[in-house]
Design a protein around this ligand. Structure first.
Ligand code: LRH
Ligand code: MN
Ligand code: MN
Length: 430
């Protein structure tokens, strides 16, 4: 296994914090024991948890107004994988990478797979991209891709998804995530029914090409880039798609793809109940698809989503196997720091949700004791589970304090010396 951040540096950083961590872990263990919770059992579950890092997240993002690149921007998929390796080395919570084609230029697949393996990284869901035109492509997606009125354009979009499956097969991925930007900007611009018919036809062709052990995740989003109507706009449409396509089709919930204040945890519960929850794109938002760091705006909402996931986990809900991925854009932070922090936030929400006294909660629900039901959730959410997370990282060889260890390692300065500066400018990506 290749090590990017020196083991001795991580050890030295950990040594500074070890005694304090042990005391904190013990103290928390005592407090949890009073509630009948075994801290070690929670730690074991958290240690087994992982969330995929998006390859597109390790470069500085941008808005449609401007992009301000950082130092040491990855030059290639190999640089991106290396950055992902750093995130996993320090957090031990991100064992897979989710690729985006053609943003990721992936010529030598065996070498890429080998590179991932050398860093202890596997490949999660493949993401196709028919929401922007690739240089030299025959047909433009300006007026749609899988739903375009022109059959040749639809065919091209289908072929692209098939190519993503082939790439994924070579890398050991087991899922394809399809998000399209198709929609309209004007009432009357498109016929809702015909457009959706075309979507289903195209998706059926993609579905037919899925290997037996693959799943396809369709991702809904309320608006943007289309501002009047979007073809796959909400979880209702998404559920219909998954139903129409068949047993290998599931709905992907990106937390930023709903109207403000929508009860996302309830959508999650519904999709679990009807066995169609495929996975997540975790991020946070204040207004729209802001792609802010997970848990940075509303950590309670993240916890409530995890509360539904743990509820399904403990009752062993049938067909429950969601893929967990981050999907963020980092404009003002070092992407590696943001992704490490976000991975830890996801682990935190999971740990907190594991603390919920589910028996008590059920009792309060049965008795219509709204206040105590809410307090039961709050009691779990208020617990500072950091010692559990840190201990889980430590025993897997990670850092007690990943951001501090990362800063001490000088990794960003090192890659900045190797990777040429990138010019900024106007007009970013999604
Ligand atoms: C669309 C989206 C989708 C894309 C990613 C870059 O807003 O969430 O998942 O693939 O952003
Ligand atoms: Mn997404
Ligand atoms: Mn998005």
């Amino acid at each position: 296994m290749t090590v990017i951040i020196s083991t001795s540096l991580v050890e030295a950083e950990n040594a500074k914090r070890l005694e304090e961590l042990k005391r904190d872990y013990e103290g928390l263990g005592e407090r949890l024991a009073r509630r009948g919770v075994d801290i070690d059992a929670i730690r074991v579950k958290v240690a087994a948890y992982g969330v995929a890092v998006p390859s597109w997240g390790v470069g500085t993002g941008g808005t449609r107004f401007a992009r301000f690149p950082g130092l040491g921007e990855p030059r290639s998929i190999f640089d991106k994988i290396e950055d992902c390796g750093v995130i996993h080395e320090l957090t031990r919570a991100t064992p897979t990478v989710s690729l985006h084609i053609p943003w990721d230029k992936v010529a030598d697949l065996p070498a890429l797979k080998e590179k991932g393996a050398s860093l202890g990284l596997g490949f999660d869901a493949m993401n196709s991209n028919t929401f922007s035109d690739a240089p030299g492509q025959a047909h433009s997606y300006k007026f749609g891709s899988l739903t375009h009125t022109d059959a040749a354009t639809r065919r091209q979009a289908i072929e692209h998804n098939l190519e993503c499956i082939d790439i994924g097969k070579a890398l050991g991925s087991k899922a394809l995530t399809v998000w399209i930007g198709d929609g309209s900007n004007f009432p009357g611009q498109s016929n809702f029914t015909r457009v959706f018919d075309r979507y289903l036809d195209s998706m059926k062709a993609i579905y037919a090409a899925l290997p037996v052990d693959w799943r396809v995740f369709t991702e809904h989003k309320m608006f943007e880039p289309a501002f009047y109507s979007t073809v796959v706009q909400d979880w209702g449409t998404n559920y219909l798609i998954a139903q129409e396509l068949g047993p290998k089709a599931f709905c992907l919930v990106d937390l930023g793809h709903h109207a403000p204040n929508v009860n996302i945890e309830m959508i999650v519960a519904r999709l679990i109940q009807f066995k169609k929850l495929g996975g997540f794109h975790f991020n946070d938002s204040k207004y729209g698809d802001d792609d802010l760091d997970t848990g940075s705006i509303d950590p309670y909402r993240l916890f409530l989503v995890f509360n539904e996931l743990v509820d399904a986990e403990v009752r062993k809900a049938e067909g429950f196997e969601p893929a967990h991925m981050l999907d963020q854009s980092h404009n003002v932070t070092d992407p590696i720091e943001s992704l490490m922090t976000s991975a830890m936030e996801v682990c935190r929400a999971y740990a907190q949700a594991l603390l919920v006294d589910r028996k008590a909660l059920e009792g309060y629900q049965q008795d219509n004791d709204a206040l105590m039901a809410s307090e039961t959730l709050k009691a779990a959410f208020r617990a500072d589970v950091e010692p559990i997370l840190a201990m889980a990282r430590l025993e897997k060889g990670g850092a007690i304090a990943p951001v501090a260890a990362y800063r001490a390692s000088g990794y960003r300065a090192r890659v900045a010396a190797e990777r040429p500066p990138v010019a900024g400018g106007g007009g970013g990506i999604v």
